[in-house]
Design a protein around this ligand. Structure first.
Ligand code: URA
Length: 195
């Protein structure tokens, strides 16, 4: 996809003049014009090492997700709002640990994400957690508790299907049932036939 390549070059150039220019960029990957584009928050350590989104532990979660909704990784497109790993120094070990993306990081990457969505042109956008939900809706007050588990039309004709972030489900066991129900709803929506 030539447009995507040009977009990547523009992102890399703009990234060069940010305060986080030394951080490695992890681009999205997957099918063009897919039925579903999944958008996470930001890459973690495994993603930064391998230069690919949703690998390592998050990749295992993704595989479980795909199995539940009846899709293959190659059929979808996978990306993140922030395309570098946000880290801070652990006071205990002095090593880099994950932190939530900053407002500055989100603001830098947001216009690129919106362009990426247009180029990739998915029918359905699945957001994981609050960061991509706010990014895709353009509504900073949007919260996952209100949006999850049901298809929502977006102004551009695509459909948003918001999910909790799998990491939140791991930390909050009570969400497991909700998350499972949401995946069943997504599967049924996908099976309902999209023209
Ligand atoms: N890995 C990613 O690429 N994104 C996430 O949101 C979490 C893990």
């Amino acid at each position: 996809m030539e447009r995507l390549e040009q977009w990547k070059q523009r992102l890399l150039e703009a990234h060069n003049s940010t305060p986080f220019a030394e951080k490695k960029i992890v681009f999205g990957e997957g099918a063009a014009a897919p039925v579903l584009m999944m958008i996470g928050e930001a890459p973690g350590g495994d993603e930064e090492k391998q230069g690919r989104p949703f690998v390592g532990k998050a990749g295992k979660n993704l595989s479980a997700f795909l199995e539940k909704v009846g899709l293959e990784r190659e059929e979808i497109y996978i990306s993140n709002v922030v395309k570098l790993r946000p880290t801070k120094e652990s006071p205990k070990t002095g090593r880099a640990v994950n932190r939530p993306p900053s407002g500055e990081e989100i603001e830098f990457f947001l216009p690129f994400l919106l362009e990426e969505i247009n180029i990739v042109s998915p029918k359905i956008i699945v957001t994981l957690g609050n960061v991509p939900l706010k990014a895709v809706t353009g509504d900073k007050s949007a919260v996952i508790g209100d949006f999850h588990g049901k298809p929502q039309p977006l102004p551009d004709g695509r459909i948003l299907f918001a999910l909790y972030h799998p990491a939140a489900v791991i930390y909050n066991r009570a969400l497991q049932e909700v998350y499972d129900k949401d995946l069943t709803a997504l599967r049924e929506f996908l099976e309902g036939g999209l023209s």
